[in-house]
Design a protein around this ligand. Sequence first.
Ligand SMILES: C[S@@+](CC[C@H](N)C(=O)[O-])C[C@H]1O[C@@H](n2cnc3c(N)ncnc32)[C@H](O)[C@@H]1O
Length: 542
Amino acid sequence: MSHSGQSRDPQSSRRNDKGRERNRGGARSDRPGSARGFSATAPGQRKRRADPARLTAFTVLRAVSRDDAYANLTLPAEIRRRRLDKRDAAFATELTYGTLRGTGTYDAILGACVDRPLTQLDAPVLDALRLGAHQLLNMRVETHAAVDETVALVRSEIGAGPSGLVNAVLRKVSAASLDEWTERLAVDGSLSGDDALALKHAHPAWVVRAMRQSLRLHGRGEELEDLLRADNDAPEVHLVELPGVLEEPGQRLRSATEAGATVSPLLPGAAVFRGGDIGRLPGTREGELRVQDIGSQWVTRALAAAALPDDTGAPGAERWLDLCAGPGGKAALLAALAAERGATVLANEPAPHRAKLVSGALAAVSPKAWTVRTGDGRTIGEEAGAAGFQRILVDAPCTGLGALRRRPEARWRRTPGDLSSLTALQLELLDAAAGALAPGGLLAYVTCSPHAAETVIQVDDLLRRHPELELLDAHEPMRAAALDAGVALMDGPDAQHGTGTAQRCVQLWPHVHGTDAMFFALLQRPLQVSGADELKTGRITP
Ligand SMILES: C[S@@+](CC[C@H](N)C(=O)[O-])C[C@H]1O[C@@H](n2cnc3c(N)ncnc32)[C@H](O)[C@@H]1O
């Protein structure tokens, strides 16, 4: 298991108790298991104050396990509240994200070092142990610093009582490297195949199996470990300048590049930002320059780029629909693209607070181009009218297994049980969207999950229920929307080689495209639907 880039070579350099890196030179005193690596002072006499970065990480870990909080929202607020400087903020981020991503594996290791089931430990103690285990096994923190600082954290935040236990357990953890631990546990537990990979790469075994199945469907059966590794890397930050909203197009992207961003060779208007304060970039406050994964940008642009039949017979401007719009990332780009060609977008979202976010996201685009509806997407037929919508985006609620890099705790929160309610909702939303399509209209089905049940199987089921729909080759509009390097990704050595339905859909992957694992299928309603098809879909009764 590797987490962010800084933990690749744990022996090359180490961090001192403040998390500052220092060269270890030839000294081996802090090698795991070496008695000289530990503080000679008894836990009861050591320092009592926790350092701010670890305290920040611990506070977020507690919020995640106690309140089901989202680390990607809680951590920045906590960093601001404690006024951490840049280095402490980076250290706190790695501590928090790494600990959360690795939770399942660290729990397996801690389980082997504690003389009782982990469920019998107080939750704050368990969080502190996980934090210590991450420093020992996956960061370049000196062993004595990882143990002493975690014990200090426990003393100041929980009390002196458990500090002896935490000290003893972390010493046991430090006796082997992460690879040694995972090998030992795999042997002891007779783990093989996906279960062993799950432990090694810190993914739940059901997620590993789902990833394997999906990769196979898309002709990438050999790439499982590459994907699992990529899931444990910190994602790059991608930016988009909304098209058509500036008097001087490209102006916001230019200032972003002057501040260190690199223009993306994949898509127009996109850039990659590898560090710095995004909020300071001109245009972010106004929403003209937005943070958005390139995968999200790509599928949105592809829906806009896909060709409609020459004459749909529809009078007036095209009507587009974003059925599941909250919080509005794709809606903003879609509306900007719509405004450029005189089309309008109806952005629908049932949760009122998320609908507000959608309005906020759309604020940079001419208000003539969009409307927000707060309502259940399954009742969208009310808005479709006789003419229907020419382009519909169904960016459905899903397990989010394609965005594991961004939401470090998500993999341990999701369960296979979530799939049945989500796939049922996806099915109903797709039916509603199919019913709202104009003749010749296009329906883009997008998920931020590569799970077969939410993607290819869902599309196959949709085609069974709606035989009038045609599944188009989604690669075509992806090429049309892309710059040369993006086209090369669709066609070159990295192109996918799936079969059947999977072959006509696009599945993006973090380890191939550097994006979230976004799925994109494109379906079209024919200009004229036969009476037999209408009968089958129940749109007319015999
Ligand atoms: C994957 S997110 C959409 C992300 C969004 N398109 C973006 O790019 O910012 C799915 C959205 O579907 C919404 N949703 C949940 N149930 C829904 C329903 N019955 N009808 C329409 N949308 C629904 C959720 O509130 C959530 O905001």
